[in-house]
Ligand binder design. Structure first.
Ligand SMILES: C[S@@+](CC[C@H](N)C(=O)[O-])C[C@H]1O[C@@H](n2cnc3c(N)ncnc32)[C@H](O)[C@@H]1O
Length: 231
């Protein structure tokens, strides 16, 4: 009988990859990570309703309802891989254009995004991904653009990370239906304070999450083998 992903991996004696998933929401990025490696995931999300649904979707993950920014600072050393998706509204082009059109009061861009990139770049020994939208200004630090997102990483990521046509933008209930089908998740379960459609739109495509995680794990495993050879 064919062995499943985790059985094959157990035969290879790799220790579980310790992952920190910050601003976890409903785990769009995380959905297929179990197919890549044996993992121990800690997820941090401030919205208790989203955190509860995340915990239901990924029952093996440790889910913490807390401020992800502070959690990163106090806990980063315990992990091999960190994915961070800080809030994007204050960087988004859509919101910027809306301000222009409606005369609403603008806000400062949330610099926690760059604080985290600089912090990880200089203090974290593992592999990291910081993900955000393409901003309305020239990004302050060099990033890799894939589909609708920018990625700041300390390892090369594949040129093509997803098959974007699957969720091509359309309007209203049709858009929600396509997002539910693509993410294999019923977003109508969410009844918290965030706008459900915006939340569904903001999930990272799971293909991107998987391909980028695969690239990181390839490097982490090579480092493990190298360390074992030195012993
Ligand atoms: C863009 S979503 C992340 C999407 C996620 N990477 C995915 O693919 O499913 C951002 C999430 O950050 C959460 N959030 C906002 N501020 C936070 C904070 N200070 N600490 C933890 N989570 C926060 C929001 O509730 C939202 O669910």
């Amino acid at each position: 009988m064919a062995r499943n992903h985790s059985e094959r991996r157990r035969g290879q004696n790799h220790p579980p990859v310790k992952v920190l998933n910050l601003y976890a929401c409903l785990g769009g990025n995380r959905y297929k990570w179990d197919e890549v490696a044996d993992i121990e995931v800690t997820a941090v999300e401030l919205d208790p309703v989203a955190a509860e649904l995340y915990a239901e979707r990924f029952p093996n993950d440790t889910v913490i309802v807390a401020d992800a920014h502070a959690y990163l600072l106090n806990n980063f050393q315990r992990f091999d891989f960190i994915w961070s998706s800080p809030p994007c509204p204050t960087h988004s082009r859509a919101r910027f254009w809306r301000y222009g059109a409606t005369g609403q009061k603008p806000s400062f861009p949330d610099m926690r995004l760059y604080e985290e990139i600089i912090f990880l770049q200089h203090h974290f020994k593992g592999k990291y991904v910081v993900e955000n939208v393409i901003p309305y200004y020239e990004p302050l630090m060099h990033a890799q653009k894939r589909d609708r997102h920018l990625y700041w990483t300390n390892f090369p990521i594949p040129q093509k990370v997803s098959d974007r046509q699957k969720v091509d933008v359309c309007q209203g209930s049709e858009e929600m239906k396509r997002l539910c089908a693509y993410h294999d998740y019923d977003f109508t379960k969410y009844d918290g304070e965030q706008n459900r459609l915006k939340m569904a739109r903001n999930l990272v495509y799971y293909e991107a999450g998987k391909r980028i995680f695969e690239a990181a794990c390839g490097i982490i495993r090579k480092q493990d083998v190298h360390q074992l050879e030195l012993l």
